[in-house]
Write a protein that binds this ligand. Structure first.
Ligand code: ZN
Length: 95
């Protein structure tokens, strides 16, 4: 037998979290992993839970798109800043 490369991680009944930065495997009936679901505002969380059908893509469901956007936004806000910016005017006083 030839050793074929391992198949990609695809467990039946599971898929990866819908958040862009996340590849956690989750059950087919959820759209986001538990950590990312917690980031959503409660009404959006309910809308996603009620409207998501397994295998559905965000392009087919506006609630999923909103959820992906909300998670991306929260993650960007939580990320540390690259460095504090100094007010442009203050550079005039540098010698
Ligand atoms: Zn996730």
């Amino acid at each position: 037998m030839s050793d074929s490369p391992a198949p990609p991680v695809a467990v039946i009944g599971q898929h990866v979290c819908g958040a862009q930065s996340c590849d956690t495997a989750i059950p087919a009936e959820s759209f986001l992993c538990e950590d990312h679901t917690k980031l959503l505002p409660a009404p959006l969380r309910c809308a996603v839970r009620d409207s998501y059908t397994p295998g559905q893509l965000p392009s087919a469901n506006p609630y999923l798109r909103a959820a992906v956007d909300a998670v991306t936004h929260k993650e960007k806000r939580a990320a540390p800043r690259a460095g504090l910016r100094k007010a442009v005017q203050l550079t005039l006083f540098e010698m």
